[in-house]
Design a protein around this ligand. Structure first.
Ligand SMILES: Nc1ncnc2c1ncn2[C@@H]1O[C@H](COP(=O)(O)OP(=O)(O)O)[C@@H](O)[C@H]1O
Ligand SMILES: [Mg+2]
Length: 345
């Protein structure tokens, strides 16, 4: 115990929010050192061996634009590990990039993972970090990290409800006394909004656009409820009939229509959790409301949209894209907090 305390003074312990869209790494005492897309570009050589070309921002620029033997991959796309080898490479890369080389002591690493990962996937994440030089790896559940990051008093004997809308998943959790009382993870998040926009534009305008364009449209003019002033944006794509490149205008009203299905799915999942809530915890939530975290919660009007459906107060946390990372970082600073809530596997 004493030895590990002394070791702790010299090592740069890390916390990692391993998101399906973005990975954020914090170094104890230093704050955020990496905030990059969870994307890896690999080149497949002879014999199927994969060589890492780029990770993060560099790799995201390549998504949808790669030639034959190069692939830009989002290894955690649907909230599951699609490619173990690439996931391992990405985790190792981020750890090595953030771990100070002149520190001779191996770091302790806390990793927040999508809640829906299977035991096999959790083990793979843990092993990747061990292989990258960790002396100890602790996995934490995303809804708890999100709730701590959003500043909720999760140790208190009352119901705290958080909905984290990430890229690949939406994770809903109700936490009391440091434990997850109710939780649910659905494979609907920002990516589904993007896909819904691609499909809508294809159907309505016969225009093919890429995922990146759809994401820009969503961020630029996406709304969940009618805004004070509707917005417009020009998009470029390929006309499915003529095969020619074409640009046209899309309105926020159309985008709202496009993303209405995934929005409904998120609302239905939140409702489902509320319906199975023990009454005493339900009364806390009626009083304190629901907190939204994750990049998906930045869609304009999403708080009032959900509030109207579930008839409860709904708030977006401060800096929702950083909530999970901040929560995981706090666990690094307050080890007792961590011990009371980490996953024991
Ligand atoms: N301003 C915004 N409006 C709507 N969606 C956004 C905005 N900013 C980011 N996003 C979306 O948030 C998602 C990423 O959120 P994040 O919490 O980082 O996900 P994850 O934890 O799964 O990595 C992406 O789908 C991205 O398009
Ligand atoms: Mg996340």
């Amino acid at each position: 115990m004493l030895l590990s305390k002394i070791l702790g003074l010299f090592s740069n312990d890390l916390s990692i929010d391993l998101g399906t869209a973005n990975t954020i790494v914090l170094v104890k005492g230093k704050g955020i050192v990496i905030n990059e897309p969870s994307v890896v570009a690999v080149q497949t050589g002879k014999g199927g061996k994969k060589k890492l070309l780029a990770v993060g921002h560099e790799a995201k620029k390549m998504l949808g634009k790669t030639p034959g033997n190069i692939e830009a991959i989002r290894p955690l796309k649907e909230g599951v590990i699609a490619d173990f080898e690439v996931t391992e490479k990405m985790i190792k890369y981020f750890i090595q990039k953030s771990h100070s080389r002149n520190s001779f002591i191996r770091p302790r690493i806390i990793i927040c993972i999508p809640y829906g990962l299977t035991q096999v996937e959790r083990k793979a994440v843990k092993e990747s970090a061990m292989n990258a030089g960790a002396r100890d790896v602790i996995l934490v559940e995303e809804p708890k990290a999100a709730a701590i990051g959003a500043g909720l008093p999760i140790q208190d004997p009352k119901g705290n409800m958080v909905v984290d809308i990430g890229g690949g998943t939406t994770e809903i959790g109700v936490i009391s006394l440091g434990g997850l009382v109710r939780s649910k993870s659905i494979r609907v998040g920002g990516d589904k909004f993007d896909q819904a926009i691609v499909d809508y534009v294809k159907k309505k305008f016969n225009l093919l656009i890429g995922d990146r364009t759809a994401e820009e449209v969503k961020i630029e003019i996406g709304t969940a409820t009618v805004p004070e002033k509707e917005m417009k944006m020009t998009i470029k794509g390929r006309d499915q009939v003529t095969g020619l490149l074409k640009s046209l205008e899309i309105s926020s009203k159309e985008v709202r229509e496009a993303i209405s299905e995934p929005l409904k799915e998120i609302a239905a999942a939140v409702k489902e959790i509320l319906e199975i809530m023990p009454p005493d915890l339900a009364s806390d939530i009626v009083e304190n409301g629901i907190v939204l975290t994750g990049g998906g919660s930045l869609i304009r009007g999403l708080d009032s949209y959900l509030s109207k459906i579930v008839k409860l107060p709904v708030f977006v946390s401060e800096e929702p894209l950083l909530a999970v990372a901040k929560g995981t970082g706090r666990m690094l600073e307050e080890i007792e907090l961590l011990q009371s809530i980490s996953l024991n596997d």
